[in-house]
Write a protein that binds this ligand. Structure first.
Ligand SMILES: Cc1cc2nc3c(=O)[nH]c(=O)nc-3n(C[C@H](O)[C@H](O)[C@H](O)COP(=O)(O)OP(=O)(O)OC[C@H]3O[C@@H](n4cnc5c(N)ncnc54)[C@H](O)[C@@H]3O)c2cc1C
Length: 454
């Protein structure tokens, strides 16, 4: 029996797609420049048993499997490889439980982040991890990439909210990791191992997530700066001053102009750097006043507090649309994700500007400034081979700069295909060897998302 017949034997007809025109549309995520192959089939399971059937079949026939969420990833981690099974979890999208006493939600992997956020809000609860793509991306993908977001400076990233998982292993066995209790230390922390594994160790089919009580509505301010150094100094003053904003975001002038061009947001275009801070404390106005004063002490040319929650939300929307806006200014874009210690943020921004100038490129920068997590977006035209070469060189130099400053090549987007060549430089040979050993234990045949991460 061939692969398709074997898959069909355990799946409802609508769960198996084999038309090449249709399967091609599942070939890649949003990382434009990563290789993507042609899947042999796309499977859209609705049950754990169907996922197990796919993995058993893949193991028997030694066929690679690429788990996928909404394909909003930006590192090629969800890209198909030739003749693989794409296992798209988007139809497993039920919220199974929301428990206000245990403060947990139990969900299937295809639940969209914003859908979960809104559902738990109705119970007075809060699921903090909020990637800018939250209206599209799935919880399974968030777990696969250990996604961050805007509010992580106060509330932490996805890893801090995943208490337990159900995972289908490469050979089709189903395991349960972690807990639904407030505490628990039994055995190695396999749950954390799966978070950020980019689909290389198992297929997440259920997740138990920690929730927080819903905080008061947040209020934001914008501060304008004439230089990256001044903005970086403000971030240091805010953090050293003991403040923990619910978000602390940054946009440079290129990003501001791109957002204005796309959505007429009326952001100030003459400023070099905008800092956006928000508090969800009982008295956000007082916290914003204190942070505004620190921004001024660092040299802010203007500080404007939003007067209403609606105004604050508008500012956040402007920040969230930066990727999309910058994508419009040149035909292509390489998205970097270098995270440095906060104290090195200014050096990272200045170094990135110097790299852009040296290679005569447009590099817009937005950042989760409170985390030191910068997104330099290298814009270029792939029809111009010289410009593409310069863009790729600049992209690499930015990662090199990040490592020199004590940072990491990826704060939240993951390694995927895009940064595979860089992982060894950050981890070192011994650590990489351990990674390979762990992969061997979970996936001895190497069928789970091969060619990704390392
Ligand atoms: C406009 C825009 C803004 C973004 N902003 C942010 C941001 O602020 N913060 C951030 O962290 N990211 C951001 N991203 C990147 C992206 O949205 C995240 O990486 C997100 O977590 C991917 O989720 P997804 O459902 O699209 O997963 P996919 O892209 O489909 O998959 C991502 C990885 O997870 C694996 N995977 C998916 N589902 C499963 C599963 N059930 N079991 C095992 N592995 C699985 C895949 O194999 C792949 O390795 C942004 C992307 C865009 C386009």
């Amino acid at each position: 029996m061939d692969l398709i017949e074997r898959l069909r034997a355990g799946l409802p007809a609508e769960a198996l797609l084999t038309d090449p025109d249709v399967t091609a549309s599942y070939a890649r995520d949003m990382a434009n420049f990563c290789a993507a192959g042609r899947p042999a089939a796309v499977v859209l399971p609705r049950t754990v048993e169907q996922v197990q059937h796919v993995m058993r079949t893949a193991t028997e026939l030694r066929v690679p499997v690429v788990p996928q969420g909404a394909r909003t990833g930006v590192s090629g981690a969800a890209n198909a490889i030739d003749d693989c099974i794409v296992l798209s979890l988007v139809k497993m999208d039920r919220i199974l439980e929301i428990d206000p006493v245990d403060r947990i939600a139990v969900v299937e992997p295809g639940v969209v982040n914003a859908t979960l956020s809104r559902a738990v809000n109705e119970h007075g609860l809060y699921y903090p991890p909020d990637p800018s793509s939250w209206e599209m991306c799935t919880i399974g993908g968030n777990i696969g990439t250990a996604a961050g977001g805007l509010c992580c400076v106060k509330y932490g990233v996805t890893a801090e909210y995943v208490l337990g998982l159900e995972v289908v292993l490469a050979d089709g066995r189903l395991i349960t990791t972690g807990r639904r209790t407030a505490k628990g230390v039994a055995g190695y922390d396999l749950t954390r191992l799966f978070v950020g594994a980019e689909g290389t160790l198992g297929v997440v089919v259920r997740a138990t997530l920690a929730l927080k009580p819903e905080p008061p509505q947040q209020l934001a301010l914008v501060a304008e700066f004439g230089s990256a150094a001044a903005a970086g100094d403000a971030v240091c003053r805010i953090m050293a001053g003991g403040h923990t904003p619910a978000l602390l975001e940054l946009m440079d002038r290129t990003s501001i102009q791109a957002v204005n061009a796309m959505a007429q947001m009326g952001l100030p275009e003459t400023t070099e750097v905008l800092l956006l801070a928000a508090f969800d404390t009982p008295d956000p106005a007082a916290d914003l006043a204190a942070v505004g004063a620190l921004c001024q002490a660092a040299g802010a040319t203007d500080v404007v507090p939003a007067e209403t929650a609606a105004e604050s939300e508008l500012l956040l929307q402007a920040r969230r649309m930066t990727f999309t806006a910058l994508e419009r200014i040149r035909p292509a874009m390489l998205i970097d994700d270098v995270c440095v210690p906060r104290s090195q943020l200014a050096a990272m921004l200045e170094g990135t500007a110097a790299i852009a100038a040296a290679h005569d490129l447009t590099i817009g920068v937005c950042a989760h400034a409170g985390d030191g997590n910068t997104h330099p977006l290298v814009c270029f035209d792939p029809a111009d081979p010289d410009e593409e070469r310069r863009a790729r060189t600049a992209f690499d130099e930015i990662m090199s700069l990040g490592l020199t400053l004590g940072g990491t090549i990826t704060g939240e987007h993951g390694v995927g295909i895009l940064k595979k060549d860089w992982l060894a430089r950050e981890l070192g040979a011994d650590s990489l060897e351990l990674h390979r050993g762990i992969k061997q234990v979970f996936d001895p045949l190497g069928i789970l998302n091969p060619g990704k991460v390392f």
